[in-house]
Write a protein that binds this ligand. Structure first.
Ligand SMILES: C[S@@+](CC[C@H](N)C(=O)[O-])C[C@H]1O[C@@H](n2cnc3c(N)ncnc32)[C@H](O)[C@@H]1O
Length: 281
């Protein structure tokens, strides 16, 4: 049964619902960066590479119980189910994403999707082997609570894997004002943590950090790909053209913030964090 997301998540839900067609046409079903170990991967291969690398770090195998915080259209959940045999419970606050995810078939254990704020669920303690969040943490207003909740859900030895947009610790006031703050406002992010905040929140929740890497240089090609797609869409896709140029569209600014994201990642003020932690019990 679908529950309506609670108020605090509605701003994010509205963003993803209104931009549903925009996201699906520009990104496809994976709403996250690609990870390029070498330049030869296509964008499609790079997004799947990221999801498989998450699976490795989360130690996903047949029957692994996975909680996917912010599951989007369910593409990572379907990959973990079909390639690894995982049992995935995924949360999204977007009704459009929820409907798309529920409508897709999968070979393997069917993921269970919940249209619900992750911080308002009622899953039992120690009921998960892995908790994963691919680019969802910064949408959640109380990020520290996500770590506490992950620690509660994980069985002893269970693993947390987060892919997180981060701010560089030395970002100047100008970079914050002209790049990071507008990216947060237009992308409906509550803020951008630094790597040291992520480390602290993990340890304060009682989890042990195993790995905290900065993978910016291996994911930032994503935005060159997205901007190329936007350029093509401006010429050929009337629906996307409307989002990009229609002054009355509430999320038009977000479309243009893609350029800010490209700049912020390329000058190094917007970073891409990869956190792996374990529940020591
Ligand atoms: C950038 S998308 C990433 C989607 C997915 N992880 C993927 O990589 O394809 C962010 C996701 O976080 C979800 N989200 C944001 N706030 C949430 C919350 N409070 N509870 C659950 N999901 C949330 C959104 O609904 C969306 O699915």
């Amino acid at each position: 049964m679908a529950n309506r997301p609670k108020n605090r998540a509605e701003r994010v839900a509205g963003h993803y619902d209104r931009l549903d067609a925009f996201y699906r046409r520009l990104w496809g079903e994976h709403l996250h960066h690609g990870l390029w170990p070498s330049a030869s991967l296509s964008p499609g291969q790079a997004v799947r590479h990221l999801v498989r690398r998450v699976a490795q770090d989360a130690r996903i195998a047949v029957g692994t119980r996975v909680c996917d915080v912010g599951c989007g259209y369910g593409a990572p959940a379907r990959l973990w189910a079909s390639e690894y045999g995982a049992q995935v419970t995924g949360f999204t606050v977007s009704e459009a994403q929820y409907r798309q995810a529920c409508g897709r078939s999968v070979q393997g254990p069917p993921p269970v999707y919940q249209l619900q704020d992750f911080l308002a669920h009622d899953l039992p303690a120690e009921s998960m082997d892995a908790v994963i969040g691919i680019e969802s943490l910064t949408h959640i207003r109380e990020p520290k609570e996500v770590f506490r909740e992950a620690a509660r859900l994980l069985r002893p030895g269970g693993r947390l894997v987060l892919c997180v947009w981060m701010a560089a610790p030395n970002a100047s006031r100008g970079a914050r004002r002209w790049l990071l703050d507008p990216i947060c406002e237009e992308g409906r992010l509550w803020g951008l943590p630094t790597a040291s905040s992520l480390y602290r929140w993990t340890e304060e929740a009682g989890l042990s950090v195993e790995q905290l890497d900065d993978l910016t240089s291996r994911v930032r090609r994503t935005w060159t790909v997205v901007l190329r797609r936007v350029g093509r869409a401006l010429v050929s896709d009337p629906l996307l053209r409307r989002v990009l140029v229609d002054r009355s569209h509430p999320d038009r600014a977000f479309a243009w913030t893609l350029l800010r994201i490209w700049v912020a990642q390329h000058i190094g003020v917007l970073r891409y964090g990869w956190l792996v932690a374990t529940q020591g019990g």
